[in-house]
Design a protein around this ligand. Sequence first.
Ligand code: KIV
Length: 287
Amino acid sequence: MSAHASAAESRISVRDIRHRKGGAPLVCLTAYSAPMAKLLDPHCDILLVGDSVGMVLHGLPSTVGVTLDMMILHGQAVMRGSRRALVVVDMPFGSCEGAPETAFANAVRILQDTGAQAVKVECAPAVIPNVRYLVERGVPVMGHVGLRPQAVLVEGGFRARGREEAERRQILEEMRAAVAAGVFALVVEGVAESLGSELTAQCPVPTIGIGASAACDGQILVTEDMLGLFETSPRFVRRYADLRALVASAAERYALDVAGRRFPASGETYFSSKRRPGTPVVDIPAG
Ligand code: KIV
């Protein structure tokens, strides 16, 4: 049995997630690295390797510049760091929009190279036939409607969606099309609260809200937003920590200690037996 197969058996499955419709809320966060995945895994049903990695870790202005290779590298790291949560990897901009065979080859690369159990696709109407093509060939797909960050170039920015009737109807239609194509769950991002509730009421698979509605079947946040790593964050983010201040203060104290020769101290230094006769040699473990 391959390592991928044995890992998949002990994890929350796509089927488990689908059965949570209307049940206990799904707890979901983004993860891009092995150590962060290890910390989040015991608390989460889904770890999403989001293409937000481009903005959060790589300093890109949007998710448009994120590549398949980047998603695979981060997906592998998250799989190594987790063992319980369902891991879903985003299909980056351009990887699902072309010929169905190409979209399928890209999705298969993600699943085979990372061992993740599902991909996420932003469900623009033009992509729906490819979503169906993937699902019919055994690729579990999580959909994403409402604010679709990969549409930033045509939208001209990130703004809440579905505040007006026409757009509201359009997003409800996008949900129905995604469900008909076979998605097992649906991320709903940046929509008016009443639309988030309505989508959840009408959608037969779990909705996972981010800036959507407390009525959604689950919630997701970008972990670094939730940890307070950025100066500003969207209105819908609740900060559960102030990591920005913590890191800045730690870096400042470290710099002062190095400058003042207070770091390293003797307990943080290796000595030769010649230099400290009689002192037992103790290796400081890495990490
Ligand atoms: O890329 C991402 O992190 C996402 C979440 C915001 C849902 O799509």
